[in-house]
Write a protein that binds this ligand. Structure first.
Ligand SMILES: [Zn+2]
Length: 409
């Protein structure tokens, strides 16, 4: 069968700028060429996108749920519900992110994701693998994760998880926990990328983790070393924690939750200034309440997860004192980061596409509009609202064709 040739014309978003009048030619599921001008008219279909932007599909390396479902529910229907929810917000590739839970619950999700890896025909988008996230977190920095299943990494327990090394893309650990070094080295040995997260480590402990192979820090500013506590343990000299180390060390990439609730504009700009667009990714860290009404929900598995509630687009722990991850998709994060920081559109989109793809080792195939890469494309209006999503060259979602239009703001 002849492969469909589809030509997009309009303002093309590249990782280092915008082509004001350009084109992207896709043949089958791949991008064949990108350039200035209108391109050859010898295409089966021409999409004239006069207003707005033609951009790469978003890549989310930290996402828990959406549309009422959480990956930790552990069922096929929950998994596809979450994927389809995020597709409607422009995400074309993601890592299913687990949470602090009991071993059997985590193993169920790992098994399930094996069957759904890279099957856009089943999930709508590309599930690239798993972000193994918890139970190896520091109790004081657990955030909205349940407390009971927290534990230090012990070799006989994590061996069962690491048996799924082919599906685990990244794994997070608090480096101050006993056994963290062995866990870290075991991950790196199996080709799993190591993140530092939910940790009260000192900057020295983070430096040690870099030597073990850690290369990324989860949600900068959130659930990390608290100055008062570090000072109580050692009054002087004042020491840095995970935050300072993440900003200092070039070996570390990091991510921000730019929903406008977690971080103020100055913190987003601080992260951008210190890490730059090559080392800073946008993530959603979205829970199951995406596109759901205000009310009570559970973070993680319905059986044993942590209750939270949503009020006016903010997810809070039951005492109302802490944030319980976000309820927004990547389209919202892109718009909010751009609005709060005033950075150019191409920079912000790069942080939601090529940079996260590079962080997880998928930039060879994903994350930018480049000849040879997969034709995962979003069409945005001039306010960065999502209009259409293409996965592998096929139209996967269209704002015009659905009543489930994402909230516009
Ligand atoms: Zn977290």
């Amino acid at each position: 069968m002849e492969k469909l040739r589809r030509l997009f014309r309009g303002r093309i978003v590249l990782p280092d700028g915008v082509i004001e009048e350009g084109h992207v030619l896709c043949v089958g599921d791949r991008i064949a060429s990108v350039g200035t001008g209108r391109g050859s008219a010898e295409a089966d279909e021409i999409v004239e996108w006069a207003e707005g932007y033609v951009a790469p599909g978003y890549v989310d390396i930290h996402v828990h749920g959406g549309s009422g479902a959480d990956f930790m529910d552990g069922s096929e229907s929950a998994l596809t519900t979450v994927c389809q929810a995020h597709l409607r917000h422009g995400t074309t590739s993601l890592l299913a992110t687990t949470c602090v839970a009991w071993k059997e619950q985590i193993l169920t999700v790992l098994r399930l994701c094996q069957d759904y890896k890279n099957c856009p025909e089943k999930t709508g988008l590309r599930l690239l693998g798993v972000h193994f996230y918890g139970p190896y977190f520091a109790a004081e920095a657990r955030g909205c994760h349940p407390a009971k299943p927290l534990r230090p990494p012990l070799a006989d327990a994590y061996a069962d998880y690491l048996a799924f090394a082919d599906i685990i893309v990244t794994a997070s650990v608090a480096p101050e926990l006993p056994g963290a070094e062995d866990f870290a080295r075991a991950c790196v040995q199996r080709g799993i990328r190591l993140n530092i997260g939910h940790s009260q480590a000192t900057a020295e402990q983070v430096a040690a983790a870099i030597r073990w192979g850690a290369r990324h820090v989860d949600h900068l500013f959130c659930a990390m070393s608290d100055k008062t506590k570090l000072r109580r343990l050692q009054p002087w000299p004042m020491r840095g924690g995970v935050l300072e180390a993440a900003l200092l060390y070039d070996e570390l990439t990091t991510e921000v939750i730019a929903d406008g609730v977690h971080l103020s504009a100055d913190l987003l700009l601080l992260a951008w200034k210190c890490k730059g667009i090559h080392r800073l990714a946008l993530v959603t860290d979205c829970n199951r309440a995406l596109d759901m009404p205000d009310g009570k929900y559970v973070f993680g598995p319905l059986d044993g997860g942590e209750p939270f509630f949503v009020q006016g687009g903010v997810a809070l722990t039951t005492d109302g004192q802490g944030l319980a991850s976000s309820v927004r998709g990547m389209d919202w994060m892109v718009r909010t980061f751009q609005r709060l920081t005033g950075r150019p559109v191409w920079e912000v989109i790069r942080m939601a596409t090529l940079t996260p793809a590079q962080i997880i080792g998928h930039a060879y195939d994903l994350g930018s509009l480049e000849a040879g890469k997969l034709a995962d494309i979003v069409l945005l209006d001039d306010k960065l609202h999502l209009q259409q999503v293409y996965v592998g060259g096929k139209l996967a979602w269209s704002a015009a064709a659905t009543a489930l239009r994402p909230p516009t703001r």
